[in-house]
Ligand binder design. Structure first.
Ligand code: GDP
Length: 298
């Protein structure tokens, strides 16, 4: 992902480096090229505008005319603005003063929530925590079993409705999962919830009920980087519905353009906390805006 964007920007900067002093026209031409590169990478239009106005303001200010190497200065402005758009400094997870901390995962079906639950559980366990995963997605066939299998592989315990107990109530399962964690002294509860293929009132209501019953310390919106502009639309809908505190990007290993997913932080004002980059349990890590920016800028 982002290879095409990286190549485009590299070409823009190459032209720029070939020049000594930069005229106003040079800067305008560069900004136009960057605009095209971002739009082609599927970055959402308001984010492109915000980004460019940030770069333009600084490129035209005294900052640039004083620079010894104006091209390098433009590149570093672009880098800093990119980091800003991606959410600035990496943010850490917030934990409850009195454990267990509750992390609620929300997102569409197929976004990678169940996989993320296991990956996050494993990541937390590696950090010295004692998480438990709660299988509150009772909608998608096999979601409970999938979480049990992934949990076993990740060596993280899973709280699930008893087999044969009927369809069950996801709100009840989530609530009992948190009680289970408290009793067994697990310090973090990660709750997997049901998604639908598209934004849907029932799904949102259920997520809100689970939220109200478990009072999460973090609600994390899980979004598939492959889905293009829908990522932005869905993020807005979840923010207005259940609300969320942070974002987890999945499938960053895909070959899509990815810009839409990178727009989610800027559009919602919520930071990207983690990124998932493959199907293996360890293909998951903290999201660092500055590392992502340098990957894109080469
Ligand atoms: P859910 O419906 O939101 O619970 O989504 P799942 O966790 O079942 O994930 C849907 C599909 O995406 C599964 O086949 C996962 O293996 C796959 N998947 C999840 N995360 C990633 C990722 O980071 N990269 C790739 N390539 N596939 C992923």
């Amino acid at each position: 992902m982002f290879e095409a964007l990286a190549d485009r920007l590299e070409a823009v900067f190459k032209t720029l480096r070939g020049k000594g002093r930069l005229s106003e026209a040079d800067i305008d031409a560069t900004l136009r090229e960057i605009r095209l590169a971002l739009l082609e990478a599927d970055v959402a239009l308001p984010v492109v505008r915000d980004f460019l106005s940030g770069v333009r303001e600084r490129a035209r200010s005294a900052e640039l005319s004083r620079a010894l190497n104006p091209a390098q200065q433009v590149i570093s402005i672009v880098n800093e603005e990119l980091i800003r758009i991606l959410g600035g400094q990496a943010r850490r997870l917030r934990f409850a003063k009195n454990p267990p901390s509750v992390i609620l995962l929300a997102g569409l079906q197929g976004s990678g929530k169940t996989t993320v639950a296991a990956k996050l559980g494993r990541w937390l366990a590696k950090q010295g925590h004692t998480p438990v995963l709660v299988a509150a997605d009772l909608q998608r066939p096999n979601a409970v079993e999938q979480l049990q299998v992934l949990g076993a592989r990740a060596e993280v315990p899973v709280f699930a409705p008893e087999p044969g107990s009927g369809v069950g109530d996801p709100v009840d399962v989530a609530r009992r999962g948190v009680e289970f964690a408290r009793r067994r002294l697990h310090d973090i509860v990660v709750i997997d919830t049901a998604g639908r293929l598209g934004v849907d009132e029932d799904m949102m209501r259920q997520a809100m009920e689970i939220r109200d019953a478990t009072e999460p310390d973090e609600i994390l919106f899980v979004v598939d980087a492959m889905v293009g502009q829908d990522a932005v639309t869905t993020a807005r809908a979840f923010l207005d519905g259940v609300g969320f505190d942070g974002v987890i990007l999945t499938k960053l290993d895909g070959d899509a353009r990815g810009g839409a997913a990178l727009s989610v932080a800027s559009v919602t004002g919520k930071q990207i906390l983690f990124a998932s980059t493959g199907e293996k349990l360890d293909d998951f890590d903290v999201f660092h805006p500055e590392r992502m920016a340098s990957r894109i800028l080469g």
